[in-house]
Design a protein around this ligand. Sequence first.
Ligand code: PEP
Ligand code: MN
Length: 338
Amino acid sequence: MMVIMHESATAEQVAHVVARVEEVGASAHVSTGERVTVIGVIGDREELTALPLEAMPGVERVVAILKPYKLVSREFQPADTVVDVRGVKIGGGHFAIIAGPCSVETPAQVLEAARAVRAAGGLMMRGGAFKPRTSPYAFQGLGEDGLKMMAAARDETGLPIVTEIMDPRDLDVVYRYADVVQIGARNMQNFLLLAEVGRLDKPVLLKRGLSATIEEWLMAAEYVVKEGNRQVILCERGIRTFETATRNTLDLGAVAVVKLASHLPVIVDPSHATGRPDLVLPLSLAGVAAGADGVIVETHPNPEHALCDGPQSLPTAAFGEYAGRVLDLARWVGKSVA
Ligand code: PEP
Ligand code: MN
């Protein structure tokens, strides 16, 4: 439920409500808005209804949150969450291009991609060192060696690193190098992994599962935020449908729905959604028009020789042209892009 405080409520009155809520074993999340303070309360319904919240000094009213997800809902927090990655902001009017190869292969490959991303106005780089591959015989990623290559590219370009974690046993090593920890589509409902990254003090990029409903996706985000990590970026990366002309179907309706239902930033991944480089630009633009706070895109110096997802990667030589078009539209819809 939400406890809406009076405009004139004092800090002591807010602290009193929080203390009473915590006394019954529930948790209180305070959002201080420009005019009013709202306290989101999560806990046992019976214990909470026994608390005379409405009678407490400074409380204006108490309203129930009807959605199954609470902490990530707009009702709970009306203002956009702004995720801050070493000073790069995303959400709340801040737009970011994240780009790089599907997987890290060599120091030169990552560095060349990172330089192209930086030169084009991209704000973060992506690259997988632990790869979730459909075939156990396919390249599985370079592990820590790959993370070191990304760290070297970060040293030179300054771009923060977005990289995937697949297994809670890799938490320490991924944490050491990553600036944003990515949960891939296949792990969206790995609840133990979600809780683990929820206890980190680094932002999480949560991809939508291949066949997940919007509600299931937001419930996955709830698992992360419930543990205390509020810095979550949602990523629509295409879902499974009957259509075979594209690798997946980019669900742009989901972008618009989630922007209304949740305060978390939402980005689109047109590379995995389409599987085709010629569709990456039009669907990036469509994502921006639908309200996305950023894009995450695959780019490779030599897509023909990529060890993973070459066919959908933009050649780095073409990345500047692509990014220019996307940033133009993002500015046009009123986003800040730097
Ligand atoms: C990726 O980002 O390289 C990836 C594997 O994405 P997804 O989890 O969306 O398939
Ligand atoms: Mn990929």
